[in-house]
Design a protein around this ligand. Sequence first.
Ligand SMILES: Nc1ncnc2c1ncn2[C@@H]1O[C@H](COP(=O)(O)OP(=O)(O)OP(=O)(O)O)[C@@H](O)[C@H]1O
Ligand SMILES: [Mg+2]
Length: 500
Amino acid sequence: MSSTPVAALELEGITKSFPGVHALRGVSLTLRAGTVHAICGENGAGKSTLIKIATGAQHADGGVIRIGGEVVDRPNRRQVQARGVRAIFQERQVAPDLSVTENVLLDRLPTRFGRVDWRRARQAAQARLDELEIDIDINAPVRSLSVAQLQMMEIARAVSFDARLIVMDEPTASLSRHELDPLFSVINRLRSAGVAILFISHHLEEVFAVADDVTVMRDGAVVAQGPASEFTTDSVVQAMFGRSVDAERVARHDAEVAAVPRIELRGVSSGRLDNVSVSVAAGEIVAVTGGVGAGVSELAQIAAGGAIPALGAVYVADSSDVMRKVRGRRHALSLGVAFLPADRKRQGLLLDKSVADNIVLGRQANGRSLVFSPMQARTAAASLVPLANVRTANTDVIVGSLSGGNQQKVMIGRWMGVDSRVMVFDEPTAGIDIASKFDIYAELRRLADAGVAVLICSTDFQEVGQVADRVLVMRSGRVVGEVRGELATEHQLLEMEMAQ
Ligand SMILES: Nc1ncnc2c1ncn2[C@@H]1O[C@H](COP(=O)(O)OP(=O)(O)OP(=O)(O)O)[C@@H](O)[C@H]1O
Ligand SMILES: [Mg+2]
């Protein structure tokens, strides 16, 4: 008898091409039962394509897949599921009109006498959420949830102790430090119970916190692979990009900013928000941060004019520096307020349109430019693409075919090319690789130095410390503290967030 345990998943020489792209060039990987295997790689490296193939969501052009030691030939998702494989995909897979209970249990709702047993269903869904310390109402319609809450709901759906293999494609992209502990403790218990986990994240500290093994991919190929203990953050970064990445804080050169606010939220109460006041001056980058349920994303919506608060109001300085009360998104846009929503798919990108169309859309939407001809659109987009560091052969590519992170860069590129007076960016770099993050921070700083007021709403504590001049911390809809950017360490922010 062999003493080597059967691997939960073995991929051997997997290849996959899309028109014009070699997405995977012979990728091999072994995921041992009872271990966590992390896949790292820059945006577009091929991580999601690999896990879609492993879970039957897409078919490989070549190579062998073994699940639990058995070869599965061109599996579909049902066959893979029947072998105990669960997945959290990068693209949200939720039914917005159904409740949290239905979304968590999906096709596994308990039945009694041929009907759904709602009492048991609610109990089961609640138990799943409790396990992960997720505080959302199981009866709420899913369309009312924030991006972070949706993400946690999807985690609750996939994390099941009767699974043998759980694939997680960026499960933490829009979660704050706060929400990671319960997730990691469940991952640890799953691992002890013999479940194998494939974990993708652009946050390397998470990779080192949970992974037993690491695979680094670059341009569709494996460039480094081995036990996590044999890697350092630097060696992973070096393998990912072929160079090291400078993680310096992008501070303002000149300490003085105009004392006059360019955008101001005065005593805003709405939904979760409770008497919130925030102001950002021209030349300043202010970040608002907090955990899931703090109201950070709601604040972004309101600041951009996407929702009108029940109490209080948002004011934006017009070109003569007169403060105007914002009457809605269109009005805010006419005052020069750019808005990058956290939920890009629902609110931002046209997935079946080209990169050029999507980027130019921002310019047209702010009413400052005339409608572009297709030729002009392409030229304009080509000039904006490097700003957002979108890696795509040409700007005619359909946005829906780009990797998750590269789709985000298109959204960012759209707003960077517009001469805005205020930028409200909600989770600007969720899902974006670390090298591109620093490019984006540098670009935001350049825009601020040119006189833009930048408001960043972000659950990423590292990010706010890297880029903001001032950081406001929220909890349960209130601002509970403020700290200068250079003092905004993760530790400091966590303490402020937790303080009673
Ligand atoms: N359906 C598709 N049609 C055409 N090209 C595709 C398609 N899906 C993926 N690609 C291409 O395959 C490559 C790998 O994409 P993939 O989504 O696997 O990257 P990734 O490593 O997950 O990146 P990210 O970190 O941004 O999520 C990219 O160049 C992408 O544009
Ligand atoms: Mg991906």
